[in-house]
Design a protein around this ligand. Sequence first.
Ligand code: CUA
Length: 338
Amino acid sequence: MTYLSSALLALMQQDTPKPKVPESPHFWMPTSSSTFAEATDWAFDFVTWVSAVVTIGVVIAMTLFCVKYRATDRSKNEQPTGNVDHSNVLEIAWSVIPLPFVIAFFVVGLQGFINMRTPPKEAYEIHATAAKWSWMFQYPSGYTTNELHVPKDRPVKVIIEAQDVIHAFYVPAFRQKIDAVPGRYTHAWFEAIETGEFPLFCAEYCGTNHSDMITKVVVHEKDAFEEWLEEAERKEEEEGLKNPVAYGETVYKQAGCATCHSLDGSPKIGPTFKGLFGKTERFTDGTTAVVDENYLRESIEDPQAKIVDGFPASMPTYKGKLSNNRLRALVEFIKSQK
Ligand code: CUA
């Protein structure tokens, strides 16, 4: 039985290829794929079952009392039944019996909270940037991807920032979630205990394409992770030098351009890249310009400088986010979209 939200996710996946949701052994939880998962689920189940038992008890008692004390004969029952004000035994009982349970909720919750908010010192650090509407992950070497790759059995600390509005980093299979807030760093840590691919969501409504802000976490075996990273960097460098257009396409996908700029001529949040180069664009201030390399570079680094008429001024800046090689390749790629 897979967990409930996999059905919802499947609906969301209809038009865009998104991560496969791994089969879960639980009814309403995703797979338990981090060191936190078991304790978090235990706390959740504990609170849920205690609440369920209490709710059932209250409803049964209420029903019995409704039947037992119902007014059968108005003339007899309209009289007050003496001095019923309170019962010490009852009041002490209903205060003392729940006490250990609420203390247990607090202790279990606090332990979990402290654990989840305290990354181990030796954790592997990855920087994450959330922007409308994509994720960018940067590894210690500076290499960036828009899927999060991590090693198994090693604590990973993700340092998170937001470029425009509040987003939230959420990996259900790891039971970890934290807001990404503009103007400050937040962090989330986890230790994956199985390899595979797990959905990573933006869990804070952040505008039109919030529901598209889905990517995945790929968990590699420890050694395989190092190999993956080395190989990915080597390939990127090679491609970048040999074939700037193909490299530019990678950048187009990785940097999140694809969310707002189509390649088939259809307008999305921003203008399409098809036939863009060499075209004369009209801007909201009434001026026009021919799209050349410098216009493209400016639009990537300082998107608010010229706003194409009919489109919102919603693009975040990529200044400092893309290396010179990547920027050049991206411009070559846009030029190639005839
Ligand atoms: Cu980013 Cu919702």
